[in-house]
Design a protein around this ligand. Structure first.
Ligand code: FES
Length: 155
């Protein structure tokens, strides 16, 4: 493990007073800083807080906000709630997979985009809905996918 990563992990733990009850806040800070949860950092947080590593992995896999794999700069998320699904979200996912040349759950080699699905995001009137970073788009048709992706290329 690089000394830099170890220092960063200790710094984040200290920010939250090394308290086991603050482990989720620490994990949010790690996620924000690295865009995912590097294994070495989670191990250090476990040591610093005495929270068992298995518990940390449970939290990491339970919450959508956390990722154990590096994510792209632009996170694309297609809503798969019932209305979005019924109005063509699976086809939108396929179109995005073709456009990005990755499968859902993966990240492009250049680390620009990652593609995931989610449950209802609460804007069913716009179904099918796609979220990219902090922006929400809908209704998104398969013919609009290349233009949508292009908007974020080189951004
Ligand atoms: S099902 Fe997609 S926003 Fe509700």
């Amino acid at each position: 493990m690089s000394a830099e990563i170890l220092t960063k992990a200790k710094e984040i733990a200290k920010r939250w007073k090394n308290k086991p009850e603050n482990i989720i806040e620490m994990m949010h800070d790690v996620q924000n800083e690295f865009n995912y949860l590097p294994k070495e950092i989670l191990e250090t947080l476990s040591k610093e807080t005495t929270v068992p590593i298995a518990r940390i992995y449970n939290i990491a896999t339970f919450y959508n906000a956390f990722s154990l794999k590096p994510k792209g700069k632009h996170k694309i998320c297609v809503c798969m709630g019932t209305p979005c699904h019924a109005l063509g979200a699976p086809k939108v996912v396929s179109a995005l997979e073709r456009e990005l040349k990755i499968k859902c759950g993966e990240t492009t080699e250049d680390m620009q985009f990652s593609l995931d699905i989610s449950g209802c995001v609460g804007t069913c009137g716009l179904a099918p809905v796609v979220i990219i970073g902090d922006e929400l788009y809908g209704p998104v048709g398969i013919q609009g996918v290349p233009k949508l992706v292009n908007k974020y290329k080189n951004k």
